[in-house]
Write a protein that binds this ligand. Structure first.
Ligand SMILES: CC(C)(COP(=O)(O)OP(=O)(O)OC[C@H]1O[C@@H](n2cnc3c(N)ncnc32)[C@H](O)[C@@H]1OP(=O)(O)O)[C@@H](O)C(=O)NCCC(=O)NCCS
Length: 163
């Protein structure tokens, strides 16, 4: 298995064949992801195995975002200026049902962090932001270091500390 990342391309990747068990996340990939990408709303990153390059093992979407300083926990606010905190939002994250438990979810998170760090070479980014769909998703994020924001427990952030 040779895994790699790609930006979603409807001509190359089988969106219809992807199913993760959450209809809203399947529908997004099929019906909205391409449009959002063209319109600059969100970019969809797909995890692919080179042996079957059309098959989407998992995906996440990334967008620019910001978070009010007061949404961070007190220790995470220290030494930050009194402005909104620059962020990358991972709006959606899903792994194909048949591919669960193989570390792909963790790999997608790692990819999002790496993308955020890469963006930071040209533009400030201090947190990775997610909207967990439910308590189970929130538990997954919490297990990977995300913290709830002050206003909404399901909106969570991962601090990306100073370089
Ligand atoms: C949540 C999801 C992305 C996890 O993907 P996955 O590929 O099965 O997860 P991984 O194999 O990478 O798991 C990595 C670790 O997280 C843990 N984990 C997985 N789901 C978890 C959960 N709900 N709560 C706590 N930990 C969880 C695993 O046990 C594993 O821990 P380990 O390394 O100590 O064994 C996947 O289940 C999914 O797509 N769910 C449906 C959509 C969804 O809920 N998306 C979340 C955002 S809205």
């Amino acid at each position: 298995m040779a895994l790699r990342w790609a930006i979603l391309d409807g001509r190359l990747h089988d969106r219809a064949g992807f199913t993760c068990g959450v209809p809203a996340l399947d529908d997004y990939l099929r019906q909205r992801a391409g449009q959002h990408q063209r319109e600059g709303i969100a970019t969809t990153h797909v995890l692919i195995d080179d042996a079957q390059p059309a098959r989407i093992l998992g995906y996440c979407t990334l967008s620019a975002a910001q978070l009010l300083l007061c949404e961070l926990r007190e220790p995470d606010r220290q030494r930050l200026p009194a402005y909104p905190v620059p962020a990358v939002r991972m709006g959606r994250l899903a792994v194909a049902s048949a591919e669960r438990g193989k570390g792909h979810g963790q790999a997608l998170l790692g990819h999002a962090v790496n993308r955020a760090l890469s963006v930071r070479q040209t533009m400030g980014v201090r947190v990775l932001l997610v909207d967990a769909a439910d308590a189970q998703a929130a538990a997954f994020y919490q297990a990977h270091g995300f913290r709830p924001t002050a206003a909404r427990a399901l909106t969570m952030y991962l601090p990306i500390g100073p370089a």
